[in-house]
Design a protein around this ligand. Structure first.
Ligand code: NAD
Length: 366
């Protein structure tokens, strides 16, 4: 492994919230933006996607300080025609950009039945399931395709060199009297952030996720962070690669944004988003949609032998993790915590005040 194993800390949700809010406030985000970005990042940690949680803060703040990301920005509307909306994020803080444009799409879909939404050239928009949840909370079905323009990290199926990003896809499926189903994953075997977490912790990456610079399988997470660089593999062999390709076509090319068509050219992590938001109510299928969905769920979870069902639905693992982390605290590895402290110092906070806010513990709360 590239690094020594590091200690794990546990921080309770309100304390971590206080620390992250303070960092963004000190960097210059408005109180509303602080609330939006902190809630988004903490929800990613609570749901077990540490790759897209507070560990992103050092990169976000570094980008803001070097002019590679705009705080307190409003997306620029490029097209508003029928049920089609296009916005340019102009490298605004991604959580603010996506919250704004998804809300616009929700309003349009409630009015007309559907909305085709594109947000191009935003800074990183984080955990994509968050945007499915925003739509599902309003009773709307939604599909989201995202491309990433940054340092390429994924090799196309059949290739050996990193050529594209981890291009995530999410689908939000609201239910009548239950929490929505949220499909949300990268088209690579793993998100880059999950390899970063393994690298920071000094542990091996899961088998099958990485190749080294010669194209051979490796579990060393340094393959993504140290020369000679290797690459992530797509999930599901050719299928993940084909879906990742569709993300470039829809989220970037069709939206008027940029595909990953060369090596990293700037420090910003750029996401473009293509979404379709649909109202089952306006489609006139709401009753059968709800009843068929419940019938299907009942059928797939029906135990063949009378035992408890072990089939989970998309979104279930995240809900279970959330309950656990609210109770026991959020694990933050020591390297990530140190990076947060350095980031806080870069915007003028002192280590003493940040430690007092975060109150890190060396064991989970019982
Ligand atoms: P993952 O491999 O953990 O898959 C998560 C999905 O699988 C969820 O929908 C989850 O509910 C579902 N799931 C997991 N176990 C299940 C089970 N047993 N039964 C049914 N469903 C199950 O996710 P990932 O690929 O590591 O992605 C992590 C996060 O990274 C996502 O939130 C994604 O949006 C985000 N991401 C963002 C970017 C970006 O550029 N903004 C890029 C890549 C990934």
């Amino acid at each position: 492994m590239a690094q020594q194993a590091v200690e794990e800390l546990w921080i309770e949700e309100p304390h971590l919230r206080a620390l992250i809010t303070a960092i963004f406030a000190k960097a210059g985000s408005s109180p509303q933006e602080c609330e939006i970005v902190t809630r988004h990042l903490l929800e990613a940690n609570l749901r077990g996607h540490d790759s897209h949680g507070v560990g992103m803060v050092p990169a976000y703040i570094a980008n803001a300080l070097e002019g590679e990301m705009q705080l307190n920005h409003t997306p620029r509307k490029i097209l508003d025609q029928g049920n089609m909306l296009i916005f340019d994020g102009e490298l605004g803080l991604g959580q603010s950009m996506a919250t704004y444009v998804v809300n616009e799409a929700i309003n349009r879909a409630k009015d007309t039945g559907s909305c085709v939404l594109a947000l191009r050239n935003s800074h990183h928009i984080g955990r994509i399931g968050h945007w499915s949840e925003q739509c599902a909370a309003q009773g709307l079905v939604s599909l989201h395709f995202v491309n990433v323009v940054s340092k390429p990290s994924v090799a196309p199926f059949g290739g050996r060199a990193s050529r594209l990003g981890t291009n995530p896809v999410s689908i939000g499926i609201p239910r009548k009297e239950a929490l929505p189903l949220i499909v949300d994953f990268a088209t690579s075997q793993l998100a880059v952030g999950k390899i970063r977490v393994a690298y920071n912790k000094g542990v091996a990456a899961p088998e099958g996720a990485l190749i080294d610079s010669t194209g051979q399988p490796t579990t060393n997470p340094a393959a993504l962070f140290e020369e000679p660089y290797g690459a992530l593999r797509s999930f599901g062999e050719h299928k993940g690669w084909a879906l990742a390709f569709a993300c470039e076509a829809l989220a970037a090319a069709l939206s008027g944004g940029k595909t990953q068509s060369g090596p990293k050219s700037r420090n910003a992590i750029i996401n473009s988003l293509f979404s379709i938001v649909v109202s089952p109510e306006k489609m006139g299928t709401q009753d059968s949609y709800f009843s068929e969905l419940e019938e299907f769920i009942r059928w797939v979870q029906l135990p063949p032998d009378g035992q408890d069902p072990s089939v989970l639905l998309p979104g279930d693992p995240e809900r279970q993790k959330r309950a656990d982390r609210l109770k026991h605290g959020i694990p933050v590895d020591g390297t990530t915590f140190q990076q947060l402290l350095e980031t806080g110092k870069s915007v003028g906070l002192t280590e003493a005040e940040m430690r007092a806010m975060a109150q890190p513990q060396t064991a989970p709360r019982p």
